[in-house]
Design a protein. Structure first.
Length: 452
């Protein structure tokens, strides 16, 4: 597999260059917090008799959270913990973080299988109205429901929260099994006038999630200045990464109801399909990455394969759009339908997309179901779209772009390259199957054609 290289990104929003933001995020990856002192938790500990030391640890993670301050590290000893935690109203004006992580990389499992069905707690970690919080290195599993009005999640961030880091967590088997239900692996829900900002979601693994109408990793509502980087998502029954807006997450006056100013980079997103999802009644429509009403987003150097769609950019909400979206240096391969779909599915009911830049991507043998989506499908309500220096490695077909929104579209193309293969698509299928994990080969059987 082609190594996922890091990109140094200069992010520009409204004429302001966010060098400071970039340096802050990069520094987060190097150092997490300065601990004033350690608080220990262990399965054989005791909340009242213990003092939180390594020799007399607390029993519950929640009790340790309640006794902690910013600058502390809560170090959890190996074992399975059947509790769901809340961090609420924990803010600070200092640079100190409250960090919760396993002790010396021991395996710590947060298991929701014994969740109290009468409790309103719905996530392993709920972070609300809090700042400078780090959740690192937990396995989170088995939070499920059969109810359509209870939304389980692995990690939930909401309210006036900022400077949150979710790192190296393994989240799986979060499920809503109701046909009209919703669930998330990670949900960042900006439901306050003050945005959730300075968010880093890095090196997490999310798989085997039963999501209903929701998504594996979601940012929705008033969320700004975020990085989603180096995560691996696979075998979830709806969308992989979703950056959304205009769904009423925050309705107060002055609230900005869309996620914005973010980077989605170096992620592996594979095998996302809604085909067996009861909420979709057999419709396979799950993209690996979806920008649904987000603004000023960069999608860089991701690997997307074997999803229903690779990347989707648009808005499901009438008269709204995803705007100023850059898709650059991604490998988009073997997806069921289009590698990239842009715009609203209908002109009069959905929104669209504007100021979209598609640059230097590799599109490799998408539309595996051969339904005519080709490598790129252009839908309705698209403005200011540019396709530049992309490479299309495809079977011998007449088209690689399906333009469904012809009457409402303006776009430019420059320095595009086509790489045709074989005279018959069944030969291409055999080649694709034989080299399914070797997309770094130089495709020497193809010849180049330069588009005008």
């Amino acid at each position: 597999m082609n190594p996922l290289l890091e990109n140094e990104v200069v992010f520009i929003y409204k004429g302001i260059i966010f060098w400071i933001l970039l340096l802050v995020f990069l520094s987060w990856g190097a150092t997490v917090s300065h601990a004033a002192h350690a608080i220990y938790v262990a399965p054989n500990g005791h909340d009242t008799a213990g003092d939180g030391s390594i020799t007399a640890p607390f029993r519950s993670i929640q009790y340790a959270i309640n006794t902690s301050s910013h600058g502390d590290e809560i170090l959890v000893r190996k074992g399975i913990y059947h509790e769901l935690m809340t961090i609420q109203g924990r803010t600070t004006d200092s640079n100190l973080h409250l960090t919760i992580r396993p002790y010396k990389n021991e395996k710590v499992v947060i298991d929701g299988s014994k969740r109290d069905s009468t409790s309103s707690q719905r996530a392993a970690f709920t972070i609300e109205n809090s700042s400078n919080i780090n959740i690192i290195g937990f396995e989170i599993r088995n939070i499920s429901t059969e109810s359509d009005d209870f939304y389980p999640a692995g990690i939930l961030v909401l309210g006036e929260s900022k400077t949150i880091q979710l790192l190296h967590n393994h989240i799986h088997h979060i499920a809503n099994n109701h046909e009209e239900g919703n669930a998330h692996g990670i949900l960042v829900y900006g439901n306050s006038v003050t945005p959730i900002e300075h968010l880093l979601i890095r090196n997490n693994r999310l798989h085997h999630l039963t999501l209903g109408s929701s998504e594996s990793l979601t940012l929705s509502g008033n969320v700004s200045n975020f990085i989603i980087d180096r995560n691996t998502l696979y075998k979830n029954n709806n969308i992989g990464i979703d950056v959304a807006g205009f769904y009423g997450a925050c309705s107060d006056r002055g609230c900005i109801d869309y996620a914005r100013n973010g980077i989605i980079s170096n992620n592996i997103v594979i095998e996302h399909s809604s085909r067996e999802n009861p909420a979709y009644e057999g419709d396979d429509s799950a993209p690996g990455i979806y920008v649904d009403g987000g603004k000023h987003i960069k999608i860089i150097n991701n690997y997307l394969a074997n999803n229903n769609y690779g990347i989707s950019i648009g808005s499901e909400n009438y008269k709204q759009s995803s705007t100023y979206i850059t898709v650059r240096n991604n490998t988009i391969k073997n997806n069921d339908k289009a590698g990239l779909v842009i715009g609203g599915s209908t002109q009069d009911l959905n929104g669209g997309a504007s100021h979209i830049s598609i640059e230097n991507n590799d599109f490799i043998a998408n539309d595996t179901m051969q339904h005519g989506y080709y490598e790129i499908t252009l839908q309705q309500n698209i403005q200011h779209l540019s396709l530049t220096k992309n490479t299309y490695k495809i079977c011998a077909m007449n088209k690689y772009i399906n333009n469904r929104g012809k009457s409402n579209l303006s776009f430019t193309q420059s320095q595009e390259k086509l790489l045709f293969s074989f005279s018959r698509c069944d030969e291409c299928k055999r080649f694709r199957r034989n080299y399914n994990e070797s997309f770094n080969n130089r495709w020497l059987r193809f010849y180049w054609v330069t588009c005008s």
